[in-house]
Design a protein around this ligand. Structure first.
Ligand code: HEC
Ligand SMILES: [Ca+2]
Length: 283
C-alpha cells in the first residue's frame, strides 16, 4: 500500500519537473511551463492554448497579416466561414470539413500559398492539429458564446472586428466584420438597417456631399451573430467612411427577445452602432 502510493507520488514529481524545465512548446503546442490544462476540441480551449500563446505575436491588431487577428474576441469572427485571402476559394474554417479549411492546411504545411504556421517557429504537434480538426469536424461551434444564457441578462452590443474603430484600411478592403455578444434576429436585416457612407472627401458626414455605398450583408455565423458587410464597389475610393447599423425604430436590429441592440453602448436598448474608419492607399 505504502509503496504503491510512494511510486505514484514520485511519478507526478518527475512529470512536474519535466514540464517546468521544458523549452519552447510542450506536447499540446503551447509554451511549456504555462499550466493551462489539457487542450480540448472547443473554441475556448483552442483560443487559450494555441491562438493566444502561439499566434498573437504576429496575428493581432491592425497590422495582423492578411487582416487575420487571432486575439480573443476577434478570432472566431475572422476564421469561421471567412474566405482565405491567399486562396479565396477556401474558407479559413469550413465547419464540418477540416481538410477544406485553410487554417488546417496552413498548420499542416499543405497550403498552396505562403509558409507553414506558426511562421518561423516549430510546427504544432500533430496531436494539437488533430484537436483543432476535431473542433471543425464537430461544426466549429463558438463555445465562448453561451448566447442563449447570456441573452436573459445582457443587452446586444456590437463590436467592430475589422476594420477596428479609427483604423486605416486599404482600398482593397473586402469586407467589414461586425460581431455581437448575442444571437440577433437576422430576419430584421434589410436595406435601411445597414448603411455605408463615404464622407465626400471632407471627413464630415453632415455636409450634404456624402455618398451612400451599395453593400451586401451576409450572416457569417450565429450564436453569437457575426455579420460580414461587403462594399458593392471595390476598390474603395480613398476617403473617410461611416458604417451605421440602426438601433432606432422603425428599422432597428434586435435580439431574439425583440429588444433593440444597445448600439451606442449606453446600457439601455436602442441607439445606432456607428463605425468610422479611413481608407488609404497602402503599399
Ligand atoms: C512570425 C509571425 C507569424 C506567426 C507566429 C503566425 N503567423 Fe500566420 N501568417 C503570418 C504571415 C506573414 C502570413 C502571410 C504569409 C504566409 O502565409 O506565409 C500568415 C498567414 C496565415 C494564414 C492565412 C490567412 C489567409 O487568409 O489566407 C493563416 C490561416 C494563419 N497565418 C494562421 C496562423 C496560426 C493559426 C498561427 C498560430 C499557430 C499563426 N498563423 C502564427 C505570420 C505569422
Ligand atoms: Ca461630407
Amino acid at each position: 500500500m505504502r509503496l504503491a502510493n510512494f511510486s505514484v507520488l514520485c511519478m507526478s514529481c518527475a512529470l512536474a519537473a519535466c514540464a517546468g524545465n521544458g523549452e519552447g512548446l510542450d506536447e499540446n503546442g503551447r509554451p511549456a511551463g504555462e499550466d493551462t490544462g489539457t487542450l480540448e476540441p472547443t473554441f475556448q480551449s483552442i483560443q487559450a492554448q494555441v491562438f493566444t500563446p502561439v499566434c498573437t505575436g504576429c496575428h493581432a491588431g491592425a497590422a495582423a497579416p492578411l487582416g487575420l487577428r487571432l486575439e480573443e474576441g476577434a478570432s472566431y469572427a475572422l476564421l469561421v466561414n471567412a474566405s482565405s485571402v491567399e486562396v479565396p476559394a477556401l474558407r479559413r474554417v469550413q465547419p464540418g470539413n477540416p481538410d477544406a479549411s485553410y487554417l488546417i492546411q496552413k498548420l499542416q504545411g499543405t497550403a498552396a500559398v505562403g509558409g507553414r504556421m506558426p511562421l518561423n517557429a516549430p510546427p504544432l504537434p500533430q496531436s494539437t492539429i488533430d484537436v483543432i480538426r476535431q473542433w471543425i469536424t464537430d461544426g466549429a461551434p463558438n463555445s465562448s458564446g453561451a448566447a442563449s444564457q447570456k441573452s436573459r441578462i445582457e443587452l446586444a452590443r456590437l463590436t467592430a472586428v475589422s476594420p477596428m474603430t479609427g483604423q486605416v484600411a486599404p482600398v482593397s478592403m473586402r469586407e467589414i466584420v461586425i460581431a455581437s455578444n448575442l444571437e440577433l434576429d437576422t430576419s430584421l436585416l434589410q436595406s435601411e438597417l445597414v448603411t455605408l457612407r463615404a464622407s465626400g472627401g471632407d471627413g464630415e458626414f453632415e455636409s450634404g456631399n456624402e455618398r451612400r455605398m451599395p453593400l451586401q450583408v451576409s450572416i457569417r455565423s450565429q450564436q453569437p451573430t457575426v455579420l460580414a458587410i461587403a462594399p458593392g464597389a471595390t476598390p474603395l475610393a480613398v476617403d473617410e467612411y461611416e458604417l451605421r447599423i440602426s438601433g432606432v425604430e422603425p428599422v432597428a436590429l434586435a435580439d431574439l427577445a425583440s429588444r433593440a441592440i444597445d448600439g451606442d453602448g449606453d446600457g439601455t436598448p436602442g441607439g445606432d452602432f456607428v463605425l468610422r474608419f479611413t481608407v488609404e492607399m497602402t503599399r
